[in-house]
Design a binder for this molecule. Structure first.
Ligand code: RUQ
Ligand code: CUA
Length: 638
């Protein structure tokens, strides 16, 4: 009993029931089934009833795509794989966490903005230079992981995540599940929103939050009316900032349309204030709709100022570029301090949540293009509950919005909200309690044109009493909710404690990613060192040690250098066997590089303390792992 997290008895029942059905669900062991996307699987099940009979259950409830919770796997047996990857941002730990769904097991952590010793991230030359060139900060606030798409579907290339604190954007290579580029975005202090311009990830957008003088070089220090913020368009291949657009007011979150034209950003502080009470005094704030091709034309025509080394286009309300019949930024009045914005899977609407207002605003994207008054594009404003923050989709016409103050997720009908009168509660289908105070939520493949419609995670900021107490700082609580059954409604399936502070997530079907099992030396610049390449060269106080590593030895049993030498180690793990890691750790020299099979890393340091230092492998690689070491002998300088 103590191992079950759910508090209400009905979900205890559910867990037991599903555990017993998954036991003899042959579909999970059938490799054919494993490759069918979950949604198609569900459709196939609904069409033939095959799933129900396999699972030994009664018929399927609900409409077309609905599948009863009893007929889906909610836990993953030992040795079995999950159906989905979930990429959760780690907030001010600076990392991305990879979970499997539906198990909610944490599979991996990907350091992004912080150093991390198990991966040697920030300790070898390549990653420490990358962090240094990206500003040299020691931490970041990772918020919005977005996965690259082609033709509005996940393509398995990259994930991107912003640093809300220091105004940066990072790229994670999804072949190796590691950060391979970080750009320090000029002119932005605090990059809050992050997302891709679809259908093909032409740009990754960083949405600037804090308004600052432009350039922020000591001028206009105390003249807040002159502070501004920008959005930045980043090329996903080069990670260069191609252009920025300067706007009125703060910005917050963003999302791109599915057709490559529009990008939406919410914001607060249209008041241009510096204190909380002033910032929330107005009843409306803006959703800004950026017309990307119009902006590109302005850049092309030279209608920009170069600030901080990038073209900055003026998108403020009074800008001449907003006076033509093709304004580059449209300002929509939305109540009140809107926070999350996301585009529906069909690309028809952008939905912005009120945060300080109990409604969400439904923006009709097609209308927006032609309307004289952009506010005419606001075609729905359902009353959802207190503190609506973020919205996700199931692909069956429903939206799911977190209610921060009510501690609920509300499910509502998008078209019904367009039909209904303003502030009507009629579009609301159902509310489920979450524990407690949810920020983001994410449904499986919600950001694509074809969400899977089965799982949703509510990323709750507080857990209060849900777990064993662990001191005054509590874990947060990421709750898994089944949304695949429209008849029975949402079911809370499990609680998952998480370390501060996941913000947003993306959920990708497992078959859409193809991670490497070992490194390909072609994919990195460091020289691959085979046993025959072992070498020590010395020149003018510089020592370069090239050595391989293999169970249970390094290329040299000892390496002698002189106090004051600058020493570079290039080390390759020549193992071909997956999962056989070595590393090179040098105590008291702060050296620690990780070496996965076929990986080469380089580390450079100054040998400034004479003495004997045991260089050892820090991964338990074999029975002779402890013996896998050699000596660094630092002779005193005369
Ligand atoms: S924000 S909790 Cu950084 Cu996405 Cu709304
Ligand atoms: Cu190699 Cu331990």
């Amino acid at each position: 009993m103590t191992q079950t997290h759910d508090s209400d008895d009905s979900s205890l029942e559910t867990n037991r029931a599903t555990d017993s059905t998954t036991d003899d669900d042959s579909s999970e062991r059938d490799p054919l089934f494993a490759r069918i996307p979950r949604r198609d699987f569900m459709k196939a099940g609904a069409a033939t009833g095959a799933m129900a009979s396999m699972a030994g259950c009664t018929g399927l409830l609900g409409g077309d795509d609905s599948v009863s919770l009893e007929d889906v796997k909610t836990s993953v047996e030992p040795g079995e794989h999950d159906d989905y990857y979930a990429f959760l941002s780690g907030g001010h730990t600076g990392e991305i966490r990879v979970y499997g769904l539906p198990s909610m097991r944490q599979l991996m952590r990907i350091p992004v903005f912080q150093t991390e010793s198990a991966r040697g991230y920030g300790y070898d030359d390549r990653t420490s230079e990358m962090l240094e060139e990206a500003g040299g900060y020691t931490w970041g606030d990772a918020h919005h992981p977005r996965v690259s798409q082609t033709d509005n579907d996940y393509d398995g290339r990259w994930a991107f995540v912003n640093d809300k604190a220091n105004g940066r954007m990072a790229r994670i290579d999804l072949e190796y599940f590691e950060t391979d580029a970080i750009v320090d975005i000029p002119n932005q202090q605090g990059t809050h929103g992050a997302c891709c311009l679809l259908p093909d990830t032409k740009y990754v957008f960083g949405v600037g939050e804090f308004r600052v003088p432009m350039p922020n070089d000591g001028q206009d220090l105390d003249d807040p009316s002159n502070y501004t913020s920008t959005i930045a368009a980043i090329d996903p291949e080069t990670m260069n900032v191609e252009w920025e657009v300067l706007v009125d007011g703060n910005m917050d979150n963003g999302d791109g349309g599915k057709e490559g034209r529009w990008f939406f950003a919410t914001g607060y502080n249209s008041e241009h204030a510096t204190t909380e009470s002033e910032m929330s005094s107005s009843d409306t704030d803006w959703v800004k709709a950026f017309d990307v091709p119009a902006i590109e034309e302005a850049v092309e025509a030279g209608d920009y100022d170069e600030i901080g080394g990038v073209p900055v286009v003026d998108g403020t309300r009074d800008s001449s570029l907003n006076e033509s019949d093709r304004p580059i930024v449209r300002y929509l009045d939305v109540s009140k301090s809107p926070h999350g914005v996301s585009v529906t899977p069909d690309g028809k609407y952008a939905i912005a949540s009120g945060k300080l207002d109990p409604t969400a605003s439904v923006i009709d994207i097609e209308t927006l293009a032609d309307a004289d008054d952009p506010n005419d594009a606001i075609v729905g404003r359902p009353r959802l509950g207190m503190g609506p923050l973020h919205t996700a989709y199931d692909g069956r016409g429903h939206a799911y919005t977190t209610l921060f103050i009510d501690s609920q997720v509300v499910k509502w009908d998008i078209e019904a909200a367009v039909e209904a009168s303003e502030e009507s509660e009629d579009p609301v289908i159902e509310k489920v309690d979450v524990h407690y105070n949810p920020g983001h939520l994410i449904a499986a493949e919600s950001y694509t044109a074809d969400p899977q419609g089965d799982w949703l995670i509510s990323l709750n900021k507080l857990s209060k009493d849900r777990f064993l107490p662990v001191g005054p700082m509590h874990p947060e609580n990421d709750q898994l909710i089944y949304i695949g059954d429209d008849e029975e409604g949402m079911s809370l399936v499990k609680d998952t404690p998480s370390y501060a502070e996941p913000h947003d997530a993306s959920i990708v079907s497992a078959e859409k990613l193809d991670p490497a099992k070992v490194y390909d030396p072609e994919d990195y610049d460091e020289e691959f060192i085979s046993p025959e390449d072992n070498d020590i060269s010395r020149e003018n106080g510089r020592v370069h040690v090239k050595m391989h590593s293999q169970r249970n030895q390094f290329g040299f049993t000892d390496v002698t250098v002189t106090e004051g030498d600058e020493v570079t180690f290039t080390v390759t793990n020549v193992e071909q066997t997956a999962d056989l890691l070595h590393s090179l750790a040098i105590p008291e020299y702060d050296v620690n590089i990780k070496l996965a099979p076929q990986e080469t890393r380089e580390v450079t340091f100054t040998a400034d303390e004479p003495g004997v230092y045991w260089m050892y492998c820090a991964f338990f690689c074999s029975a002779l792992h402890l013996e896998m070491r050699s000596r660094l002998l630092v002779e005193p300088a005369e």
